[in-house]
Design a binder for this molecule. Structure first.
Ligand SMILES: [Zn+2]
Length: 350
């Protein structure tokens, strides 16, 4: 799907809902410090779905090619690129544009720089045959790791940063994950690998299928498919004081309220899910229980290297989560199946 002038990419062309279609776009031109990546696989993220439904809470530079979770092969490397060459199998971080220099970049926290722009909303992403990537974003994909799985390094890094960097999981800690979407399920898997004791995943009636996946991933208890009261369940669990760590991977206000009810005194809540609505309830339990509330966003270089090693070793097994690999022209079917919860995660091949 490529001519001399252009290629066919999946473009989000306007802010109105459903403004996404396959369109001819120009082949990217690279600079001295960029590579041109021939995309092998691109994961569909909840944020791609939000942009499709026009419900995103971040600014989008329309028109833009969607897709920020991807792996591919270097087709061309700029003259000043070192350490990567044509033919290398790579995956890429998401901070496509960064300021020239900032205090956060110097601290290795470039993922938190407010001026950063990412693939798929700020600059053209990877749901197309080719994408331009600055070499500083690249990581080598280990030879044993299939490209469809390498394409999901990014969401795994979001979960790793939330569970293994921004939370403190001691061996045997009880952990509750609210929201069994792809990030919540990956948090479940990483909490299991990190030594969680009793692991609880909480969803709604609509999450029945995903809650089954949570059990496959090692959760001990899945709540919500039959309308169970999770707060009541936790009050009757163990010594009755609550769980050590709650991961909020849902983002709606109600999930933080539930997290505050379920967390034990001196426990921790890590919030990785977003939602633009105001809270509408009191934060007094946060004070009274002396709870640590921690935000977690994105990921940086050391997280990527750890996750790639976990994926290559097979310890971080994506089989229960990666349900569908489809050609790019089938994008709508995959977007709809993810949106309805029929599948957890889809990957598109341009
Ligand atoms: Zn994503």
């Amino acid at each position: 799907m490529q001519s001399n002038q252009g290629m066919i990419g999946l473009v989000n062309y306007a802010p109105e809902p459903h403004s996404v279609e396959l369109r001819e776009v120009p082949l990217p031109e690279i600079g001295e410090e960029d590579v041109l990546v021939s995309v092998s696989a691109a994961g569909v993220c909840g944020s791609d779905l939000h942009q499709y439904h026009g419900k995103q809470s971040w600014p989008v530079n329309h028109p833009v090619v969607l897709g920020h979770e991807f792996a591919g092969v270097i087709a061309k490397a700029g003259s000043r690129v070192r350490g990567f060459k044509e033919g290398d199998r790579i995956t890429s971080e998401t901070a496509a544009v960064l300021p020239h220099d900032s205090a956060l970049i110097r601290r290795g926290l470039y993922n938190l720089d407010p001026a950063r722009l990412g693939f798929g909303y700020g600059v053209d992403g990877a749901m197309a045959p080719y994408v331009k990537v600055p070499a500083r974003c690249l990581h080598h994909v280990p030879a044993c790791l299939a490209m469809e799985r390498a394409a999901l390094t990014e969401p795994c890094c979001v979960a790793y940063n939330a569970v293994c960097v921004n939370s403190r999981v001691r061996l045997g800690d009880s952990v509750a994950v609210i929201g069994p979407g792809p990030i919540g399920l990956l948090c479940t898997k990483l909490a299991k690998l990190a030594g969680a004791g009793h692991l609880i995943v909480i969803g709604t009636v609509a999450d029945r299928r995903r809650l089954e996946v949570a059990i496959q991933l090692g959760a001990d208890t899945a709540l919500g498919a039959k309308g169970e009261d999770a707060a009541q369940w936790v009050r009757e669990f163990g010594d009755g004081y609550g769980v050590d760590l709650v991961i909020d991977a849902a983002g709606v206000s109600a999930s933080l309220k539930l997290a505050l009810e379920m967390v034990r005194p001196a426990g921790q809540i890590t919030k990785v899910g977003w939602g633009p609505q105001p809270l509408g309830f009191s934060l007094d339990p946060l004070v009274q229980k002396a709870v640590t509330l921690q935000g977690s966003f994105s990921h940086n270089w050391p997280v990527w290297e750890q996750v790639l090693a976990l994926l290559a070793s097979g310890k971080l097994d994506l089989a229960p989560i990666l349900n569908t690999v489809a050609p790019l022209h089938d994008w709508k079917r995959v977007f709809d199946a993810m949106h309805s919860g029929q599948i957890v995660k889809g990957v598109l091949k341009p």
